[in-house]
Design a protein around this ligand. Structure first.
Ligand code: G
Ligand code: G
Ligand code: MN
Ligand code: NA
Length: 248
């Protein structure tokens, strides 16, 4: 409850910020996109990550205005970058019937091209209320925005589930990437996830790539895009602009 009041004040007082982590092409290592990651710089000088406060904001519904703030901020920051932008969306946002219309409004206000935006959702967003989720995702796609299944390999997402929702992309969870470098059964699961994604015409990103060994393995397994500390850590928007200028 206390944290919830602080979050409410934080939104009014502009205490949130968005960092961006690049995704690179698995072959060329060029930056092909960024993932927007929310941070909270509190008045006492401490910084909190979304893992701590997003669950609280989800419970109170405050994630709805916070999530819209993130989208507006990220679409504004990334407007001049000629790459994809991924934004994480939580279950409560996906359940909000207003969401697709608010998203359309933000695209219009900021002038951000819908084809460059992707929304990252997790399977928990979908299992709670698959019918509402499917309708919302249809409206989102109608705007021209892609949908990405995040954290794949941590939960229970079945093949039927992937067929039903037809994601444009799949993100292999960090734990799967880490474990498959050392463990045979994790590697088998990763390889079958990738071939399944291919069969369904989905692109695949490996996240949490920290070592050259992991990178070699996920690349040879057929991942299209790589993300992780080996390449880039999350950084402020001004640093992204600098990296993009250097590589062009
Ligand atoms: O950046 P960090 O590792 O602290 O992120 C922890 C979790 O918070 C990740 O699962 C990430 O998907 C989620 N997250 C980051 N930014 C946002 C955001 O803007 N909205 C939502 N709903 N989740 C976010
Ligand atoms: O759940 P989601 O995939 O959205 O979470 C992304 C989170 O993973 C971000 O908070 C980011 O800080 C973190 N992250 C990004 N790259 C790495 C990495 O190479 N290793 C680890 N341990 N975490 C990472
Ligand atoms: Mn994510
Ligand atoms: Na993830």
């Amino acid at each position: 409850r206390d944290l919830d009041n602080e979050l409410r004040a934080g939104l009014l007082n502009n205490e949130f910020l968005v960092h961006y982590q690049p995704l690179v092409d698995a072959r060329t290592h060029e930056i092909v996109g960024v993932e927007a990651l929310l941070r909270w710089a509190r008045p006492d000088g401490s910084e909190l990550g979304p893992g701590v406060f997003v669950p609280v904001a989800e419970e109170s519904g405050l994630i709805n205005p916070i999530g819209l703030w993130v989208l507006r901020r990220a679409c504004t920051d990334a407007l001049a970058w000629n790459i994809k932008l991924s934004v994480n969306i939580s279950a409560a946002q996906l359940r909000n019937p207003e969401f697709p219309f608010q998203l359309g409004q933000i695209l219009e206000e900021t002038g951000f091209p819908a084809e460059r935006l992707e929304l990252e959702i997790t399977e928990t967003c979908l299992v709670l209320d698959p019918i509402v989720a499917e309708r919302t995702l249809d409206l989102v796609r109608g705007l021209g925005v892609d949908v990405v299944l995040d954290d794949f390999g941590t939960g229970y997402a079945s093949i039927g589930f992937l067929r039903q929702f037809r994601f444009e992309k799949l993100k292999l969870d960090r734990s799967l990437v880490v474990d498959s470098a050392s463990d045979e059964s994790s590697r088998a699961m990763m390889l079958s996830s990738i071939s399944m994604a291919r069969a369904l015409a989905m692109r695949v990103t490996a996240e949490g790539v920290e070592t050259a060994d992991q990178a070699a393995m996920v690349r040879s397994a057929g991942c299209d895009h790589l993300q992780g500390w080996l390449y880039f850590s999350p950084m402020p928007s001004s640093d992204i602009a600098r990296h993009l200028n250097q590589s062009s």
